[in-house]
Design a protein around this ligand. Sequence first.
Ligand code: FES
Length: 253
Amino acid sequence: MSKLNLTLKVWRQKNANDRGHVDTYDAKDIPLEASFLEMLDIVNERIINDGGNPINFDHDCREGICGMCSLTINGIPHSKEQGITTCQLHMRKFKDGETIWIEPFRAKAFPVVKDLITDRSAFDRIMAAGGYIDVRTGAAPDANSMPIEKKLADEAFDAAACIGCGACVAACKNASAMLFVSAKAAHLNKLPQGQAEKTKRTLAMVKQMDDEGFGNCTNQYECEAVCPKEISVDNIAKLNRDYFLATAKDTVA
Ligand code: FES
């Protein structure tokens, strides 16, 4: 069989103030080679042809890079397939006749904008709180002028792979953003270039995370399980250590 006939149960919500509800759609003759977002495109085309309102969902790169395609599929952010974003999920992973539940990411800090689209600008504000440096960097230095231990370079690079999709928050029962914040802090805090403002950065990012209303981490590790970039919870342990030291230094100062 090269085509699937599916039933979609989709969360529809007009705006942030609407209570929202689930609508049912028949998704007939869906090609196996279509991506999940292409399947939604096909369904939307049919809804529009029938004079209805298309299902609103976020997307940009459709290549697993931007982190925009944030959906919960059958209760799991980005689906039960590991190490991929929704846009990298293909319909061959589903069975003919299956019912698929599609909902937005659920978290107080990610309010629903419309249907499946959530406002994840809280992540941008956390990045802005800690992401800047205020030293004059001048021209780009020669790549080899500051030797960096291979292990540290690899760990920093792995942490920097976080695309900020928010799946970690959506999967956590506490809606904690610790995996995201720890990855963003770690990719700078691990490198020699990131040491000068490590204390300031760590305190500012954690404060902003708390101000945005994210919950506390209770080491459930659901975040690591759903992360499309497989960011390690080791980063959370590092952030906890950095935060403890930063708080002590700040108190002494
Ligand atoms: S649309 Fe960019 S990661 Fe999915």
